[in-house]
Write a protein that binds this ligand. Structure first.
Ligand SMILES: Nc1ncnc2c1ncn2[C@@H]1O[C@H](COP(=O)(O)OP(=O)(O)O)[C@@H](O)[C@H]1O
Ligand SMILES: [Mg+2]
Length: 157
């Protein structure tokens, strides 16, 4: 069951965004795809790194031919015995859906992956209705404030 309305959080600084991301990470399950949107510098990477830490990612990504677009990690903090891997993608430099599809990205939309995608709006058509959306926006007159809106997060059970 997906929730329709976005959950809204006001973050007053980077530390609060990290806290929001940690709580969010606890709701993630293998097979989940998270699409992050928001302007450059909004905090998408800050949010993703905090999610990854909460999921137990400790190792650096291995070098790969697609490292600037797709990075792969193992996640330690799985539910007992569950093998989880995390992929962090940035589609900013990619042209269109065809180019993204060519990278075999759909393979990451299933078990054992949890998939975090920055600039997913580059190829929104590749994403299913089940995609969890995280939109981060800056707040006028406050350099450090952000509005974090989460749509489609599953209840924690
Ligand atoms: N409330 C906040 N939440 C997240 N980042 C913040 C916040 N306030 C200031 N920042 C700063 O904004 C920048 C966000 O950068 P980054 O996560 O790389 O953005 P994006 O990936 O969206 O382009 C960082 O330098 C971070 O320190
Ligand atoms: Mg980024």
């Amino acid at each position: 069951m997906l929730t329709d309305n976005p959950l809204r959080f006001l973050s007053r600084n980077e530390t609060e965004t990290i806290e929001i991301a940690k709580d969010f990470a606890a709701s993630l399950r293998v097979g989940d795809v998270v699409a992050l949107s928001g302007e450059l510098g909004a905090g998408k990477s800050v949010f993703c790194r905090a999610v990854m830490r909460a999921l137990g990612v400790v190792d650096e990504a291995l070098p790969s031919p697609t490292f600037s677009i797709i990075q792969e990690y193992d996640a330690a903090n799985g539910i007992a015995g569950e093998h989880r891997r995390v992929t962090h993608m940035d589609w900013y430099r990619l042209g269109d859906a065809d180019e993204i599809e060519m990278l075999g990205i759909r393979d990451y939309f299933q078990v054992p992956w949890i998939c975090l995608i920055e600039w997913a709006e580059r190829a929104d058509g590749l994403l299913s209705d089940e995609t969890i959306r995280v939109h981060i926006s800056c707040v006028a007159n406050d350099m450090e404030a952000r509005l974090v809106e989460i749509t489609g997060e599953k209840p924690q059970n």
